[in-house]
Design a protein around this ligand. Structure first.
Ligand code: GTP
Ligand code: MG
Length: 628
């Protein structure tokens, strides 16, 4: 009972903390000031999401009509258009109001669509129905004393989530003046943009609001690359859902005595883990059955951190939802801080991640290969151990912690470290350029003794390896664990070989890039040669390991998915996609063969489709018929 009471008191205090933190404008002010700390950044984005709605429209041209219609609920301070590309392009406009109340008024005004069946659910995802009759909707009397002017500055972005296509990106890099500039351009053109972040916080808010009736203190926190500053356009959203909103921080009391009215709650029926799994099963069903936009729900409950994966079709977003293990959330804060400490950290990491992807070291699906997170740890460690370090050790951050920095997760993981960078007082005297750092990174890991040594970001130095894992990176927040435990001997060997190749390529590229542009020997130069997988690979570790077998059905996995997107809404195609997970070929030559067979098959299919669509009438998508 004491436990129950203490828990209830905590919830009360936390709620006050949330109210103070999340509903004031302080957080958004910090966001617009430009250099928010992690808490301010997260809270500012959460407040922004509460002020926003997403409306499906027929095209960006619907904007002025939508603006006029939606202005009746409040003052619109921002609007961003984006497309989700299926068979047809689906168009959406994200509107930001000046307050959360105004956005709530717009959502509350929503009606259910009589033409379609489905459980009516309140959410920020709406559809702008064609006005009855012909032209746009009549303007209703204005209850906000806003005069309906055309939008002051129009849409802030059109097709705002479109990624620069590969050819355009390569041509930008080709035209750069130096490798340094190539690294910067790659970062600028591929990093997750403002709209991408807004959309991810809206996805989080949707989950939170869906359960807020029963769990008013629940919080869905984005973490991982969506918020740590290392995310690229189209990256997945990692989300952690806390029923009681607690993130293990210190609670602030406003001096009032705790309430004497205590919620009755259900006792936990079984051990913590299976209880979490049961809850997640139940949430998985709820998301699947009721939340608009959520499709392809998959439950991965046996993993160390159980997750529910789903796709959000209105946001074109992959989401991994967990309910336990807050250390990932705090790990994102550490990476966020590292990115803020020095402006070279993020561009450098982007180039290294891109290189690793290009040579097949990383892969979006988890497996025996190095993850983006482990690779990022390698970059951070490299920057710590330089003679003139660019990053402080985590130990130094821990030393700078104050009472307000104490964070202990419910499973006892201590995530306390100094959050105030000024107090940490780290100043780097390193003046190396990005191209020098890139080369040094490859050289450093070409020499690194992965066989015997472990990497510690806490101490910023190498340690003896405590076990026989092929690669050992001490988990910064749970120091008994190895972040790269999943990496096989074969994959570790590939890392070593690829960093050596990269060092070799980059060295000659650095020489080449010092020539004036007109004298450079090839059009493809600098980073581009690093991203082009060398045809003449030196030694393939696959010579010593049995390559994976290729199934004929694997070759058509993409065809399945294309088929599914042409059939119609994702909810019908979900089963197909779930049944055909993407196949990762780690053997480069096999992968290349498969890719060329796929490319040839695709071309043939296109030709076939081209000839048949010339005769058949196009079938309009249900969604486009619905939207204006
Ligand atoms: P991409 O999704 O590949 O863009 O990168 P990501 O950084 O989001 O990686 P991922 O989705 O695999 O993991 C999400 C976040 O969880 C990471 O950014 C880390 O903050 C955290 N994380 C992942 N693995 C570990 C781990 O082994 N230990 C800890 N403490 N945190 C982890
Ligand atoms: Mg992620």
């Amino acid at each position: 009972m004491n436990n129950l009471m203490r828990r209830a008191q905590n919830v009360q205090l936390w709620r006050k903390y949330c109210v103070k933190q999340y509903t004031t404008e302080a957080a958004s002010a910090a966001l617009s000031r430009g250099k928010p700390n992690y808490d301010e950044f997260i809270a500012g984005r959460q407040v922004q999401a509460q002020r926003s709605i997403v409306v499906q429209v027929s095209s960006e041209k619907s904007y002025s009509e939508l603006y006029n219609y939606c202005s009746r609920f409040g003052s619109i301070v921002g609007a961003h258009h984006y497309c989700v590309r299926h068979d047809d392009d689906l168009h959406y406009i994200l509107l930001e109001y000046s307050t959360a109340h105004e956005a709530a008024a717009a959502i509350d005004s929503g009606a259910t669509n009589g033409d379609l069946s489905g459980v009516p659910v309140r959410s920020p995802f709406l559809w702008f129905k064609a006005a009855p009759g012909k032209r746009g909707p009549k303007l209703a009397p204005n209850n906000n004393n806003n005069i309906h002017h055309p939008p002051p500055s129009g849409l802030q972005s059109v097709d705002g989530t479109r990624q620069l296509d590969q050819e355009a990106l390569l041509s930008q890099l080709r035209g750069a003046e130096s490798i340094e500039q190539q690294v910067q351009l790659l970062h600028r053109h591929t990093q997750l943009n403002d709209l991408g972040v807004r959309m991810r916080f809206l996805a989080a808010l949707q989950v939170q609001q869906a359960i807020s009736g029963m769990f008013p203190a629940a919080q869905a926190h984005p973490f991982g690359s969506s918020v740590n500053g290392f995310g690229k356009m189209g990256c997945d959203l990692d989300l952690i859902l806390r029923f009681d909103g607690e993130t293990g921080g210190r609670k602030q009391s406003n001096g009032e005595p705790p309430s004497r009215l205590i919620y009755h709650t259900k006792e936990n029926l079984s051990n913590g883990r299976s209880q979490t799994q049961r809850h997640m099963e139940c949430f998985g069903d709820m998301l699947h059955l009721f939340l608009p936009g959520v499709c392809h729900v998959r439950r991965i409950l046996q993993a160390r951190v159980p997750i529910i994966k789903y796709h959000h079709e209105h946001l074109n977003l992959e989401v991994d939802l967990s309910m336990s293990n807050l250390s990932g959330f705090y790990m994102s804060e550490l990476l966020y801080m590292f990115g803020e400490i020095d402006p070279r950290v993020r561009p450098l990491t982007f180039s290294i991640r891109r290189w690793a992807q290009a040579c097949g070291l990383t892969n979006p699906s988890p497996g025996r290969w190095i993850s983006n997170f482990s690779l990022t740890c390698l970059v951070m460690y490299f920057l710590q151990q330089l003679r003139q370090p660019i990053l402080p050790t985590i130990g130094a951050l821990v030393k700078a912690a104050e009472a307000t920095d104490v964070r202990v997760t419910e499973d006892g993981i201590n995530c306390t470290f100094g959050r105030d960078l000024e107090r940490v007082g780290f100043q780097s005297r390193n003046t190396s350029s990005l191209s020098e750092l890139l080369l040094q990174f490859f050289e450093f890991y070409s020499q690194f003794d992965f066989h015997n040594r472990a990497i510690s970001l806490n101490e910023g130095r190498q340690l003896s390896k405590p076990d026989h894992s092929a690669m050992y990176i001490v988990n910064p927040l749970e120091q008994l664990l190895n972040v790269s435990k999943n990496v096989s001997l074969e994959e570790c060997e590939r890392v070593r070989i690829e960093v050596r190749n990269a060092a070799w390529i980059l060295e000659s590229e650095v020489e080449n890039s010092s020539l004036p542009q007109s004298e450079r020997q090839e059009e493809t130069w600098g980073l581009l040669n690093l991203f082009k997988h060398p045809e003449k690979a030196i030694i393939r570790p696959n010579m010593f390991f049995k390559p994976r077998m290729v199934e004929v059905s694997d070759l058509f996995e993409e065809k399945h998915q294309q088929l599914q997107s042409t059939i119609g809404p994702a909810s019908t195609g979900g089963a197909v996609a779930a049944a055909a997970p993407s196949v990762a070929y780690k053997n480069v030559s096999v992968r290349q063969q498969v890719q060329s067979i796929k490319a040839a098959t695709r071309t043939e299919l296109k030709q076939l489709r081209g000839s048949s669509s010339a005769t058949a009438a196009p079938s309009p998508s249900t969604k486009n018929r619905r939207s204006r």
